[in-house]
Write a protein that binds this ligand. Structure first.
Ligand code: DLL
Length: 496
């Protein structure tokens, strides 16, 4: 078995706990001295730094939430002066403002160290050629994987996202052996390669993939492995914790969380109480080495379970099992976090539509697609198709800029989107984390829906003309005749 840092990765659990205790005590003093946010939080909870003497006192500490980062936007929770921040990343937030994360030089080193251990545990090494097909930029995927790959001494190919045929060409021509991207994108690459007549087994040297940034399943892992002949590993992290940080090892039996850098807990999302190993709950993480943006008992929002058992690979650090969902309304499309609030903000700022909407997520030819159904405002309903098209493009443009993701807009009849008395269900996720061949044949569904809506709008348009033509004949504007006619038409439209 090969390790990046054998001494740390296989240290005995008792010594690891001791190390965590020492680091936790230091951390609490650090944030208390440097962060007005944490000082206030601790005071509200009646906690003084001297109350935290070991990891046994962890549960005395209050939780931190994504909302705290938003409320202190952009850098209110940073614990170092701006001159010590050497890098900024960000992930999307509910309101259009991103969640900003900062790194000192040491933070970047720890991030790469974490990934170097992870990549090594997934069988990668300095002889590998690793293609990084995560997005580069504010998203942490590209640069995170890039630095990890360089740290282990691999040759790094910063391909970024998109242009699938070129991705495959690069893989072949450069002799790429490892790839980092979302699992849905790699499934798409398998299809593209097949269409190009490229067989991953015969025509490339690819042997390892690190797939994450979005939920996926064991079935998809099997599918990828069978179709491409590579070993597929699960890579996890969040921008608040740095970015991609952890993977499963060659035993593929849970994601190793480096205990000398992070303390993990799994809690009941309702009560906040820790749940026993093996029981599902929300992931909570305390960062032990981060300087710019340390997080204490951070509620990550992902659902998982954990185990403290030593892995068959010999690593002693805790493992979390496959992440199965989230506690909040965030959803992930092509690796990008999407909150319904972002869409709502766009619609509220756009005249001509109502704030009622529904986000439909599908998986077509292995790639996620996002369609936003929007109700046209009755008063602003335009009879000119050209106006509707420009309104549609305007909303699509705004969505692209706020979400950093292309979404299609579909106009629907007023009253079509269900109204909810409680929490509105804005997202209809038609993706299956894994689709069978039969499911895939149903992937025409979004096209059907689109045609259906065009037909509806067309009928409505003509019904309106009929209605307006009829009115002068009856001569009773706003009369029961018109109301009756409109009711009949609506009933008719709703039935089709
Ligand atoms: O997605 C960091 C990352 C980049 C991880 C590349 C792995 C690879 P955020 O954009 O902040 O950061 O999104 C974090 O994505 O809370 C999970 O809900 C989800 N997520 C990330 N990895 C996985 C995974 C990056 N392996 C959010 N399985 C997290 C399931 C994942 N969900």
């Amino acid at each position: 078995m090969t390790y990046w840092n054998k001494e740390i990765e296989t240290m005995d659990p008792e010594s690891l706990r001791k190390l965590q205790s020492e680091k936790l005590v230091k951390l609490i003093n650090y944030v208390y001295d440097r962060s007005p946010f944490y000082r206030k939080r601790f005071e509200e909870a009646g906690i003084k730094p001297e109350d935290i003497r070991s990891i046994d006192d962890l549960t005395k500490l209050p939780f931190t939430f994504k909302k705290d980062l938003r409320d202190t936007y952009p850098t209110g929770m940073f614990c170092v002066p701006p001159k010590d921040v050497v890098r900024i990343h960000a992930s999307s937030g509910t309101t259009g403002k991103p969640t900003v994360v900062g790194y000192t030089e040491n933070d970047l080193d720890c991030w790469s160290e974490s990934l170097a251990r992870a990549m090594t545990s997934a069988g990668l090494n300095g002889d590998d050629i690793i293609q990084v097909s995560y997005g580069y930029g504010l998203f942490t995927g590209g640069l995170g994987a890039h630095y990890g790959s360089e740290k282990i001494g691999a040759t790094t190919v910063p391909a970024g996202t998109g242009n699938s045929e070129r991705q495959i060409m690069l893989m072949q021509d450069l002799g790429v052996t490892g790839i980092c991207c979302t699992p849905s994108y790699f499934s798409h690459l398998i299809e593209v390669a097949a269409n190009m007549g490229v067989d991953f087994r015969k025509d490339t040297k690819l042997r390892v993939g690190l797939f994450g940034a979005e939920p996926w399943s064991e079935e998809l892992r099997k599918h990828i492995e069978e179709r491409s002949g590579i070993k597929a590993y699960d890579i996890f992290g969040t921008s608040e914790l740095s970015g991609p940080l952890f993977t499963d090892c060659e035993k593929q039996n849970g994601i190793h969380i480096w205990g000398d850098m992070f303390i993990v807990e799994v809690v009941d999302p309702k009560t906040g109480k820790q749940v026993p190993d093996g029981e599902k709950g929300e992931l909570v993480v305390t960062t032990l080495t981060k300087e710019a943006l340390p997080l204490i008992r951070y509620r990550v929002g992902d659902l998982t379970s954990m185990t403290h058992e030593t892995c068959a690979c010999g690593r002693t650090h805790p493992r979390i099992l496959r992440l199965t969902g989230r506690t909040d309304d965030m959803t992930i499309v092509r690796g990008i976090n999407v909150f319904p609030g972002q869409v709502e903000a766009v619609l509220l700022a756009t005249p001509g539509v109502t704030p009622n909407f529904r986000i439909l997520i599908d998986r077509v030819h292995e790639l996620d697609t996002m369609t936003v159904q929007v109700e046209l405002n009755e008063e602003n309903f335009s009879e000119k198709m050209s106006d509707l098209f420009s309104l549609k493009s305007e909303i699509e443009r705004k969505l692209q800029s706020i979400l950093n993701l292309s979404a299609k807009v579909e106009f629907v009849e007023i009253g079509t989107i269900p109204r909810y008395e409680g929490k509105a269900k804005r997202i209809i996720d038609n993706r299956k984390l894994w689709m069978t061949e039969k499911d895939q044949s149903l992937s025409l569904k979004p096209d059907f829906r689109k045609s259906f809506n065009i037909i509806r709008m067309y009928i409505r348009y003509h019904c309106r003309i009929m209605s307006d033509a009829w009115l002068p004949l009856t001569g009773k504007s706003g009369s029961p005749v018109k109301a009756g006619l409109n009711a009949r038409l609506s009933q008719f439209i709703n039935q089709i």
